[in-house]
Design a protein around this ligand. Structure first.
Ligand code: DTR
Length: 337
């Protein structure tokens, strides 16, 4: 009798251990639910790419994964995105690296004035740079995508035609873009994009320095009637996942997400480039926005002011132990790739 009970218990143990080890989580527990946090409002490009990723993942995993999206800072905000994802407050999060300038030294180098011409190229350069250097800043998360905005331009309530017009002008920008404004003599005011709406309304800033799709997506064209074309630097973004959440995923789901990484990065860059064109058409025709193009002589003056920024960044990065010259050279080579 005693021996029979012993075999029964052993048998139950073996069968349970087998199922625990070999049956995928999703079969026993229904669809895998993942939360995805984003900081700006739903119609803006970081959220458009989020919805596209959600759709693709749900489709390619045949419904095995359900992604619940949280736009507008409802789960995590612009500045606590990375730490919130590391802590597991969201499974996935989308962050703008410029909002924490000292944290993402290698990838933020794509915000140096090195001539990245558009968002698609910027996204691919950023991806390759991240992949080559695998920076420590991302060691605690799984990177699911990296993408860039289109180059930045000045949107303002007053016309900016010369460096003189820019002197002391309060313009909103973050990270590398803020340093560019400072080099031109403007007064950069740092804040995440969603805070800019109120800052413009209240007159805390007279404009902003960003990619131009925001003219439509945030309706900045209603207040900023001038755009000065500088086509300067891009802003880099990352989509990151909590490491435990990643490790818990079955291998076939991990493969779907891995296979989507470069595609998603490129898709977002292309979407951004097209959306900038559409937004500016709308701004010019419906909102009477004037687009100011600098003369070649004036542009040369602006460009000359930016040269020391690269050296300054390199000196600072080297002092922190980063191979700064190699990073800058790599970005230049990748732009031509
Ligand atoms: N240019 C950066 C990032 C940025 C560009 N477009 C959007 C839209 C929504 C959020 C952030 C951004 C910036 O100025 O913050």
């Amino acid at each position: 009798m005693k021996r029979g009970t012993g075999f029964l218990i052993l048998g139950i143990f073996v069968v349970t251990a087998f199922f625990a080890a070999f049956v995928p989580v999703s079969v026993t527990a229904g669809p895998i639910k993942l939360s995805y946090a984003n900081f700006p409002p739903a119609p803006t490009f970081p959220c458009v790419q989020m919805e596209r990723w959600k759709k693709e993942v749900e489709k390619r995993t045949n419904g095995k994964v359900v992604v619940n999206t949280y736009p507008g800072g409802t789960l995590l905000g612009a500045k606590n995105m990375m730490d919130g994802v590391i802590a597991g407050q969201a499974d996935i999060g989308n962050l703008c690296m410029a909002y924490q300038p000292g944290r993402f030294i290698v990838t933020n180098a794509t915000s140096l004035p090195l001539g990245i011409p558009n968002a698609r190229k910027g996204s691919l350069v950023l991806w390759d740079l991240w992949e080559k250097y695998q920076p420590e800043a991302f060691a605690k998360v799984k990177v699911l995508a990296m993408f860039a905005t289109a180059p930045t331009n000045i949107m303002s309530k007053v016309p900016v035609r010369t460096l003189e017009d820019l002197k002391g002008l309060d313009l909103r920008a973050s990270g590398g873009a803020a340093q560019i404004l400072a080099a031109w003599g403007a007064n950069p005011v740092g804040m995440p994009m969603p805070a800019t709406v109120e800052a413009l309304q209240k007159g805390v800033v007279k404009g902003l320095f960003s990619s131009l799709e925001v003219m439509k997506d945030f309706k900045f064209a209603e207040t900023c009637k001038y755009v000065t074309m500088t086509d300067t630097v891009i802003y880099p973004f990352a989509v990151v996942m909590n490491m435990d959440s990643w490790n818990k995923l079955p291998q076939d789901v991990q493969k779907v997400m891995d296979d989507l990484r470069v595609e998603q990065s490129e898709w977002t860059g292309t979407y951004m480039d097209n959306h900038v064109k559409a937004a500016m058409e709308w701004a010019k025709t419906e909102q009477n926005v004037e687009v100011i193009t600098l003369s070649a002589a004036e542009k040369a003056k602006w460009d000359a002011k930016l040269v020391p920024l690269i050296e300054k960044w390199a000196a600072d990065a080297k002092s922190k132990g980063f191979p700064a010259d190699a990073i800058v050279d790599d970005i230049k080579v990748l732009i031509k790739k």
